[in-house]
Design a binder for this molecule. Structure first.
Ligand code: NOJ
Length: 540
């Protein structure tokens, strides 16, 4: 099968990309951790789901202090996941099935077990090996961190080495920040990109794409502007600085030198009107649309986000991406049942509220999927959302692995609840994830949500996703047309490719427009679209 081209547009423009959190996708060797063997054995499932591409979270050698976002060797596969040869097989087998493969580039920081950081520590203060990172003397006679920057995971962003110097880590202490003013760092990452492009990788999702440049003076930051979303005009000392775009231009030149439309996707948590700065013919092709992810379940808010996303990307000659979930946020089947969503990581910080209605959450997640899959641009799905998996909010404290849990002094549980291993079958020690228990325990409810329990079952969430992806790729993927249709305040309705998508985000039923029903996220009764339901109608 040929890799799909949608007309003359590049493949990624309206692609559906499926995020594989490899550690929790499928365990081929029964050691409790997902791996390449498991992923390879499930490629047929992804092809049948109808997606165009996979994005695989970091699969590199890593001590896994931050789920693999602490890379010890960018040119090798982590031993729990397999080998470089298996990665090559995975890439080739995916291609043979018509699936593209995106890897994850982690350029802001390495692991503290990376050879460079070990050398830096061993070399001592002032040595050139330290200039690949941000080592500085401390303030207050060396006793205090060089400035007031805080780690995203909690606590100061600086740690002191045995010889008294401090090093910067915007994330965990095990994730020292690289100094991108050092040409050696720039060359190294170009070489890493080359390494994987040469092996057939079709592109990269770039981790914390808005953090690479730091103000060389390392000034104190406004204490209220530390959050990962704080950059808003290019002047923040470490988020979203304008200098970082030159780094990306080098990567894009390299990517453009390869055949086959390599793609670079930015993970940049920046203000919506700063996002277009990242998208240009000489920078990223795409950027995740977190504005859509964090929008509440509300028609007015979502309409505004859709309009703004399409408008901003149009200005820079691109198309939006749409995303409702990933490995860092509370799964939408739970999130849509909670009040507010502006901080989807911390929503469950105090445990799950007693009055949360998970059936409502799932109903909205299904409607949200149909809405999202109707929009023009590309869609990113996170593994398990096609099963309607909820957030596992009650993992026992002793299994929590997210550095946020430790760095917050055990006050914020972190992101493990959306990283629980996938259930493939109704029964078995880890519901078919592997031959023994998985690295995080799954709740009993996962059996009935498993692939086995849903495959071929009319009305299941899995079949809803399959049908919606099929309709999208046959009916909507050739054109970017989009036209709002007048509707009630709680309803979003728009036309694309001869289909009308209508989503009722309110509670009261509304009339379904005339036409032939193509697909609905919940049963249509008496020609009425119930609350929290989305449908596609064919109108000739
Ligand atoms: C964003 C990744 O998605 C997240 O999982 C990770 O913890 C941070 N970047 C640090 O690499």
């Amino acid at each position: 099968m040929e890799l799909a081209e949608h007309g003359t547009a590049p493949w990624w423009q309206q692609a559906v990309t499926y995020q594989v959190y490899i550690r929790s996708f499928a365990d081929g060797n029964g050691d409790g951790t997902g791996d390449l063997a498991g992923l390879r054995s499930r490629l047929g499932y992804l092809r049948d789901l109808g997606v165009d591409a996979l994005w695989i979270n970091p699969w590199y050698r890593s001590p896994l202090h931050d789920g693999g976002y602490d890379v010890a060797d960018y040119r090798d596969i982590g031993e729990l996941y397999g080998t470089l040869d298996e990665a090559q097989l995975l890439i080739d087998e995916a291609h043979a099935l018509g699936l593209r493969v995106l890897a994850d580039l982690v350029p802001n920081h390495t692991s503290n077990e990376h050879a460079w950081f070990r050398d830096a520590l061993a070399a001592g203060s002032g040595a050139p090996a330290r200039s690949r990172y941000l080592f500085r003397p401390g303030a207050a006679d060396g006793e205090a961190p060089p400035n007031n920057w805080r780690s995203v995971f909690g606590g100061p962003a600086w740690s002191r080495t045995d010889d008294g110097e401090w090093y910067l880590h915007l994330f965990d202490v095990t994730q020292p920040d690289l100094d991108w003013d050092n040409p050696e760092v720039r060359d190294e990452f170009l070489d890493v990109l080359r390494f994987w492009f040469d092996r057939g990788i079709d592109g990269f999702r770039v981790d914390v794409a808005h953090s690479l440049a730091k103000d060389p003076e390392l000034p104190d930051v406004d204490p209220d502007a530390q959050a990962i979303t704080s950059g808003n005009d290019g002047s923040h000392p470490f988020w979203d600085r304008d200098e970082l775009h030159d780094i990306v231009r080098d990567w894009r030149r390299l990517a453009d030198g390869y055949d086959g439309d390599k793609v670079l996707v930015a993970e940049a948590w920046v203000a919506p009107d700063r996002l277009p700065n990242y998208i240009a013919p000489d920078q990223y092709h795409q950027s995740f649309n977190f504005d859509f992810l964090t929008a509440p379940w509300d028609a007015t808010a979502r309409r505004a986000v859709i309009d703004r996303s399409i408008g901003l990307m149009h200005e820079v000659g691109s198309v939006p991406t749409w995303v409702l979930s990933n490995h860092d946020v509370i799964r939408q089947a739970t999130r849509f049942a909670l009040r507010g969503a502006d901080d989807p990581i911390r929503l469950l910080a105090d445990g799950i509220p007693g009055d949360v209605d998970l059936r409502l959450g799932l109903r909205r997640a299904r409607a949200g999927a149909l809405l999202m899959l109707a929009l023009p641009g590309s869609v990113y799905l996170y593994q398990g959302e096609e099963l309607g998996l909820p957030e596992v909010h009650d993992l026992p404290e002793e299994v929590l692995d997210d550095p946020i849990w430790t760095r917050s002094g055990h006050t914020i549980r972190g992101r493990d609840g959306c990283r629980v291993p996938m259930p493939w079958s109704r029964t078995g020690p880890s519901f078919g994830f592997g031959s023994g228990p998985g690295w995080l325990p799954q709740p009993e409810a996962f059996g009935d949500l498993s692939v086995e329990a849903q495959a071929g079952v009319e009305g299941s969430t899995l079949e809803l996703y399959r049908s919606a992806i099929a309709v999208r790729s046959t009916r909507l993927a050739d054109s970017l047309d989009f036209e709002w249709v007048d509707s009630d305040a709680d309803v979003l309705a728009f036309r694309r490719g001869g289909l009308l998508n209508i989503t009722n985000l309110g509670r009261e039923p509304v009339d379904l427009p005339t036409g032939e029903l193509v697909l609905a996220s919940a049963p249509i009764v008496d020609g009425r679209l119930a609350g929290d339901t989305s449908a596609w109608v064919e109108q000739r």
